[in-house]
Structure formats: C-alpha cells, structure tokens
Design a binder for this molecule. Structure first.
Ligand SMILES: *[C@@H]1O[C@H](CO)[C@@H](O)[C@H](O)[C@H]1NC(C)=O
Ligand SMILES: *[C@@H]1O[C@H](CO)[C@@H](O)[C@H](O)[C@H]1NC(C)=O
Ligand SMILES: *[C@@H]1O[C@H](CO)[C@@H](O)[C@H](O)[C@H]1NC(C)=O
Ligand SMILES: *[C@@H]1O[C@H](CO)[C@@H](O)[C@H](O)[C@H]1NC(C)=O
Length: 312
C-alpha cells in the first residue's frame, strides 16, 4: 500500500483526457467524503471538468463549487441539484434533470449519509429513511444515470461508479424481509445496507460488464454526519467522540485521496469491486450474499421503486 504522500503524487503521473471534458456527479457532495472527492477532482483536472453536486444544502454546495479552479479556457459547468434523497420521487426528478443536461457522464460518486439513533422511520413512500439514503436512492441514481455512463464508455472515455458505504462491515440478509419491515433494528440496518450495496454493484456489473462498479469503505473519517444528526444524543456526544478518536481517524480529504486511488489504481478492470479504506482491493473479505439473494434484491428493489413513484 503506497503512502498518502505517494498517492497524492501518483495523480500527477496518471494519463488524463485531453480530448474531452469529463463529467462527474457527486451525490452527497455537500460535505464529508463526497465534498473531498469533488474538490480533488476539480483540482486534479485543473478545473477542466464539469461537476454536479447533488444534495440538500445549497449554501454549502455553492461555497464548494465556487472554490474550484477555473479552466484554462472555455467554460465548464459547476452545478448544484437540490435533492432530499430520502424520497425516490425527488431522486427521479434529479436524475431527469441531470440526464437532460448531461447525456454523457464519466464518474458517478454516491456518498449521502444519515446518522440517527432513532428506530424505523418511514418516508411518505413507505421506505425506511436510513435504507432510502444508504441503498434505494443510490440504486435509483445508478439505474437512471446508467445510459449516460454507457454513452461515455461507448465513446472510449473513462467511466467509474462508486458508492461509499461499508464493504466488509455488512452481514447476512433475509430475503423474506428485504424492506426490514419485520426485523428492524439499527444494527440490522447497519449490517444489511453494505450487503445490499455489494449485491447492487454485482447486478449492475452483470448488466454492463464494461464498467467498474465500486462499493468502497471510507474507514473512520471525521465527517460532519454526527454533528448534523437529528439525534440529540449523537449530536451532544459527537464532539467528545471526535476528540477521543481523532488520532485514529483520517480527514475527509485524506479519505477522498484513497477513494480516488481505489478508482484509478485498484479498480482498473470492469466488474463489481469492494474497495477498502486505503483504496485497496477487499476481494470477498467479510462478504455475505449469493446469486439468489442478488436476484431477489433486484426484484424487490424494482417493486419498491414502482410503489414509491406512484404514491404521492
Ligand atoms: C494532480 O495532478 C495535477 C495535474 O498534473 C496537478 O496539477 C495537481 O496539483 C495534482 N494534485 C495533487 C494533489 O498533487
Ligand atoms: C483519477 O483521479 C483523478 C482525481 O484525482 C481524476 O481527476 C482523474 O481524471 C482520474 N482518472 C484518470 C483516468 O486519471
Ligand atoms: C449548510 O451549509 C452551510 C455552509 O457550509 C452551513 O453553515 C449550514 O449550517 C448548513 N445548513 C444545514 C441545514 O446543514
Ligand atoms: C421521523 O422523522 C420525522 C421527520 O424527520 C421526525 O419528525 C420524527 O420525530 C421521526 N420519528 C421517529 C419515530 O423517529
């Protein structure tokens, strides 16, 4: 594993596009790792890239977007798409908007997160909020934007998809209760969402075997998730937790460097990938799931999406 300094420097030696301006979408790019990945992308393309941030906080997004370097010449897009991703209807609207403007997409990075200590809380669409953000919304972004990713691939450009959650931290899932309506507990949600992400990436890799679909683990990052949490307890204790764990954790920028390393230097061939906190290949370490579960999860998800989009 190269050092962080080496990874930062390595970037300079990578071959990069000269023929096209790459397009990158960062869902959850208003803070934490998503923000870090957007900033690194902007810096390393020297501003010669189109960047879309999807999230809730417009003030944060505009501040981040305006900090990016300007391109050498011509104009590039710096765009914010406002979206509360707990609702699939909102995701649908966001992807329609994005597709309308970007028929071709090179990078899709998804890292929206919620930290809560509350129990099951359903959205108006009947989906558990935590699962909506950690799984269903990501599935829908990927599903809807896939044609644009494929178009970039068709034209011989670089393409990668990354969902930042937690490969290696998942657990066994129950195909008879995929929506977790019966067996809800916070530890259940925490355990199944990573497994769903593994299975999701495998399904998409079957659909398009030319693209790397990466599920990555951020490790222990000092993100603002806990401080913006709706939970009183988590909010009250996060400062202390941060202080105590600081020596063990990495900054969002450091984590984002490792994540890009994972995209550019580890996941160099198409297929489903599980990438660790240093951008390393986790292979099947602590992997749960099988082909039957993969198929059932896909069917379940398409049903949930149809249901969500017709309720209002
Ligand atoms: C990455 O590479 C680009 C292009 O060579 C360079 O301008 C940029 O400073 C590098 N970024 C870092 C963090 O080293
Ligand atoms: C690799 O990662 C950087 C972000 O550091 C990005 O700007 C670059 O275009 C990526 N892809 C390639 C093929 O170098
Ligand atoms: C939105 O972002 C701004 C700037 O980073 C921050 O000051 C503000 O607290 C954020 N608002 C919410 C609701 O998180
Ligand atoms: C569910 O979420 C709503 C809106 O965010 C919140 O007001 C409510 O307290 C939550 N309920 C539970 C049981 O957590």
């Amino acid at each position: 594993m190269p050092s962080l300094t080496a990874i930062r420097a390595l970037n300079a030696t990578l071959k990069r596009s000269t023929s096209h301006i790459p397009v990158a979408i960062f869902v959850g790019g208003t803070s934490g790792i998503g923000q870090g990945m957007a900033e690194i992308f902007a810096a390393n393309t020297k501003g010669n890239s189109h960047i879309v941030i999807v999230g809730r906080n417009r003030t944060a997004a505009e501040k981040i977007l305006s900090s990016f370097p300007k391109p050498d010449s011509g104009s590039v897009n710096r765009e914010f798409v406002q979206c509360d991703v707990t609702l699939m209807k909102n995701v649908h609207q966001a992807t329609t908007e994005i597709l309308g403007r970007y028929p071709k997409i090179n990078y899709l990075v998804m890292s929206p997160g919620v930290a809560t200590l509350e129990g099951r809380n359903e959205t108006a669409e009947g989906i558990d909020k935590k699962l909506a953000v950690h799984y269903y919304a990501r599935w829908k972004f990927l599903r809807d934007l896939l044609p644009a990713l494929q178009k970039a691939k068709d034209e011989g450009e670089e393409v990668a998809v990354m969902s930042v959650l937690g490969p290696g931290y998942g657990g066994a899932i129950n195909v008879d209760d995929l929506a977790l309506k019966k067996g809800y507990s916070l530890s259940n949600v925490a355990l199944i969402a990573p497994t769903y992400n593994d299975l999701m990436m495998e399904s998409f890799a079957v659909q398009d075997p030319r693209i790397p679909f990466i599920h990555s683990c951020p490790g222990f990052v000092r993100t603002p998730i806990a401080t913006s949490s709706t939970s009183w307890l988590l909010r009250k204790t996060s400062g202390l937790v941060m202080a105590l764990t600081r020596p063990l954790s990495v900054s969002p920028e450091e984590c984002a460097q490792y994540m890009w390393y994972g995209i550019n230097s580890t996941a160099t061939t198409p297929g489903a990938w599980r990438i660790g906190e240093k951008g390393d290949d986790l292979k099947k370490k602590r992997y749960f799931g099988d082909e039957e579960q993969r198929t059932k999860l896909w069917e379940h998800t398409t049903e949930v999406m149809m249901g969500a989009l017709i309720t209002s």
